[in-house]
Design a binder for this molecule. Sequence first.
Ligand SMILES: CC(C)(COP(=O)(O)OP(=O)(O)OC[C@H]1O[C@@H](n2cnc3c(N)ncnc32)[C@H](O)[C@@H]1OP(=O)(O)O)[C@@H](O)C(=O)NCCC(=O)NCCS
Length: 188
Amino acid sequence: MLDYQTSTKVVDMQLRLIKLTKQHYNQLAEMIDEWELDQQLNNTNRSPWAIFKNDYHNFDHYLANLDYLHPTETHVPSSTFFLWDEQNNKLLGAVNIRHYLNDYLLQYAGHIGDGIRPTERNKGYGTEMVRLALDECKKLGISKVLMVCDKDNVASAKTIIKNGGVLQNEFVDDNGKVQQRYWINLDK
Ligand SMILES: CC(C)(COP(=O)(O)OP(=O)(O)OC[C@H]1O[C@@H](n2cnc3c(N)ncnc32)[C@H](O)[C@@H]1OP(=O)(O)O)[C@@H](O)C(=O)NCCC(=O)NCCS
């Protein structure tokens, strides 16, 4: 049970991270349709990429490829979890956890990619999802978690900082945008 006060509202509901199964097709379709419409209309980002990279209409293929199991030269193993609202049987967002860092992730993307569906943002869910994701990181044996976000993405930066993120540095990416690298120490 989550019960904490954000600056604007109280969140008091049962939230957990789940692995997606065949039973979640309708909830996933509803969430992705909403999210992709928002991306088209507002040119918003596609984070976490893992949930957008395949077409959910081919659901067996979609499910089979949410997690990246076998490392290659460019990809490390990763796991995708969805934020599940138990009371309303609803998916609220998703998070992709990279099991370790390669050179690219260390510099540019970190361990965690996340997103809350557009209609559920700014209600405290993003902060709670990062907290739950850090529990999953601990299970994977990750003691120091790197999260990277666009400096302009104030909401994302706040979810990281509220979960213990300490800014290490900023850099300018290939698109000329300032990115911030935060470390979260789980040893404490
Ligand atoms: C980033 C994201 C996950 C944050 O999730 P969220 O559920 O909106 O975050 P929260 O409700 O927990 O809010 C965290 C803080 O950000 C603030 N915030 C939320 N939306 C905001 C916005 N649009 N502008 C400024 N601040 C915002 C909240 O007020 C809160 O601050 P507070 O604790 O001081 O009150 C969500 O906005 C999102 O999915 N964005 C698109 C995908 C993305 O950018 N992912 C991150 C990739 S690095």
